[in-house]
Ligand binder design. Structure first.
Ligand SMILES: [Zn+2]
Length: 371
């Protein structure tokens, strides 16, 4: 893509770099990159890539901004609490660089939607916090032969690698097979140092730029490792496993890790409060205007209204966030039954959405949670 005079000045300090150059900048400008998860890792990743002038960016995140995010998720401030991260991120990034074309997706990452979430991208970067979601993403990228840059961080330790299907590099399941989210430490309980996030994010971005420009990926077959507690930085060789169930000769394309779950109980997310997430089968593309009217008619208080989501007080104790895809995050309901009843009343009956679009088994699931 041709660079304008404005581009040449804006990006002059990176164009002058030997390993980017004029042609490199043109390639960056012509690229389409997807960032999945704009939390602690995804926010600095997206910020750097937007500032560097990537042509098109898709930002995927189902969450809303919470107070406990702000110490590390640098795209958000106190005024954004309760708004969808994908929306706020895109608005902030657009301010940073209006020449980038942005797309915000408020869907949950799971096996059903992973393929759609990455489709068309030249490169996918990982800002997720769940191994199941990463497995789904890894497989979608293998299927579509899209380079996938894995990154993760917890406490003071982080790691990253580049998975390039065309080059036969080890994939995520080659070096981290058979992990379970249930067994892994969570930043909600273990904590995470913001500094390690920007280190890992920068490793991911530097790889992204190399790959987009057509240079060899340093982290293909290498795991970058950083521990900011003693400032150890290392690269560890990883190898492709022939028995890998995602990319080896015994690959099993039917294997699923993260089937969509109608209701998830995410404990420990908001300190001491129950959090339930309800994920409909398809992207409902809800009319938030209709939802806002409905909520107001019920006498409930809208706390935050954005283009792609709203948060309201269902009662003194229960707060509900609904994003445009139909995903709802219900804080303080305490039981799955109560969370599903709220969703039923609000979305299914209130907005008259067909049950099949949400979950054909909704009634049965609701009945079973009460037992
Ligand atoms: Zn593999």
């Amino acid at each position: 893509m041709d660079l304008t005079d404005n581009d040449l000045e804006r990006y002059s300090r990176q164009i002058v770099l030997q390993n980017i150059g004029f042609e490199g900048q043109e390639k960056i400008r012509g690229s389409f990159v997807t960032v999945v998860g704009v939390g602690g890792l995804g926010a600095p990743i997206a910020q750097q890539l937007a500032a560097m002038g990537v042509g098109k960016m898709r930002i995927v995140d189902r969450d809303v901004v919470e107070l406990s995010n702000l110490h590390r998720q640098i795209l958000y401030g106190p005024g954004d609490l309760g708004l969808p991260k994908a929306e706020v991120a895109v608005n902030k990034l657009r301010e940073l660089n209006p020449d980038v074309e942005f797309e915000a997706l408020t869907t949950s990452m799971n096996d059903d939607v992973a393929d759609d979430a990455v489709r068309g991208s030249d490169l996918v970067l990982d800002g997720l916090d769940s191994i199941y979601a990463r497995y789904a993403l890894n497989r979608a990228c293998l299927n579509q032969k899209i380079p996938y840059i894995f990154g993760s961080a917890i406490e003071t330790i982080g790691s990253a690698t580049s998975i390039i299907p065309e080059n036969g590099t080890p994939c995520l399941e080659c070096f981290q097979p058979d992990l379970r989210d249930e067994d892994l430490p969570k930043c909600g309980t273990e904590g995470v140092h913001p500094s390690v996030l920007t280190v890992v994010a920068s490793a991911e971005v530097s790889e992204a730029i190399r790959i987009l420009i057509g240079q060899p990926a340093i982290l293909a077959g290498n795991l970058f490792y950083a521990d900011i507690s003693d400032l150890t930085f290392d690269k560890i060789k990883i190898s492709k496993q022939d028995g890998c169930r995602a990319c080896g000769s015994g690959a099993d394309a039917s294997r699923k890790y993260l089937p969509r779950k109608l209701v998830e109980d995410i404990c420990g997310r908001e300190n001491g409060k129950s959090v339930h997430v309800i994920t409909p089968k398809e992207n409902l593309k809800l009319s938030l205007d209709d939802l806002e009217v409905l909520v107001k008619n019920k006498g409930q208080l809208i706390r935050k209204r954005g283009e792609l989501g709203l948060t309201f007080g269902h009662s003194d104790k229960i707060s509900v966030s609904v994003v445009s895809s139909g995903v709802a995050i219900i804080v303080g309901a305490f039981t799955e039954t109560k969370a599903l009843e709220i969703y039923d009343d609000l979305i299914i009956k209130g907005l008259n959405i067909a049950l099949e679009r949400i979950d054909p088994n909704f009634i049965q699931v609701l009945a079973s949670t009460g037992k």
